[in-house]
Design a protein around this ligand. Structure first.
Ligand SMILES: Nc1ncnc2c1ncn2[C@@H]1O[C@H](COP(=O)(O)OP(=O)(O)OP(=O)(O)O)[C@@H](O)[C@H]1O
Ligand SMILES: [Mg+2]
Length: 228
């Protein structure tokens, strides 16, 4: 399967992609990474760190669906990290054409919420996801979840933005998102993850919880050790 990590602009997307790959691999899945962001930070993280769980292929091309997807091993869980959807819509469109599951990272702040829901320039991600249906084999958009990252435990903002995302904003007029109940905390260890060794205790729990929620929602195959 192919999981795509999306965001409108800098939100913690690469952090989430790398630590999700690490959690999946610890849970027994075969994994592979693709970096569809021109900054290639996920690719560099995998190249430079000896306990990164897999190779990450540089795949920052608007021909992602044609050049990378067909050769992918679909028995693995492949995770593709994308760049700013606002500025690199052609690459993101190509990823959306083939992704099985989309996780949109969003930080619970006003500017980041605005960039997700009603950017001053560019196409809102929700619209990019909807329009991808016309290019997909299923004719439907991919299953899409919103993941709140950089959540301050002592703030009411994560709860407020989770509710706005789920309910179409303050006035119920915006697209509604399926918001994961798992939230990635604002935490120094997580903030320092990109480019660093993966085996750091404080980073593990939220991504293990994310895996558990994805499994409970029936969105991941059974891991190898419990397959019949
Ligand atoms: N959970 C977290 N807690 C604290 N800081 C975080 C967390 N997640 C990410 N950060 C910080 O947020 C910034 C952006 O993270 P990251 O590089 O993962 O985002 P991105 O969406 O991939 O950005 P880019 O636009 O560069 O692709 C980094 O400075 C990182 O340290
Ligand atoms: Mg990034």
């Amino acid at each position: 399967m192919l999981i795509a990590s999306l965001k409108p602009r800098t939100m913690g997307g690469t952090t989430n992609s790398g630590l999700l790959l690490y959690a999946l691999n610890r849970a027994g899945y075969d994994v592979a990474g693709y970096d569809a962001d021109e900054s290639l930070q996920l690719h560099a993280w995998a190249r430079d760190v000896d306990d990164f769980p897999c190779e990450v292929i540089a795949a920052d091309t608007p021909a992602f669906a044609e050049e990378h997807y067909p050769a992918m091993d679909h028995s693995r869980i492949n995770v593709v990290d994308t760049g700013h959807a606002e500025n690199h819509s052609a690459i993101v469109d190509s990823v959306l054409e083939v992704a099985d599951l989309v996780i949109v990272t969003i930080s619970p702040t006003k500017p980041d919420y605005n960039r997700l829901t009603k950017p001053e320039r560019g196409t809102p991600i929700s619209k990019m996801i909807r329009r991808s249906a016309s290019l997909r084999d299923t004719g439907e958009p991919p299953v899409t979840l919103a993941l709140l990252n950089r959540c301050n435990a002592s703030s009411n903002k994560p709860k407020k933005y989770a509710e706005w995302l789920a309910n179409g904003g303050e006035h119920g007029t915006l697209p509604r998102w399926d918001v994961l109940s798992t939230r990635i905390p604002l935490h120094t260890a997580v903030g320092n993850a990109v480019g660093a060794r993966c085996d750091q205790r404080d980073q593990r729990a939220p991504f293990d919880a994310l895996l558990t929620e994805l499994r409970h929602r029936g969105l991941l195959p059974a891991p190898p050790e419990v397959r019949p």
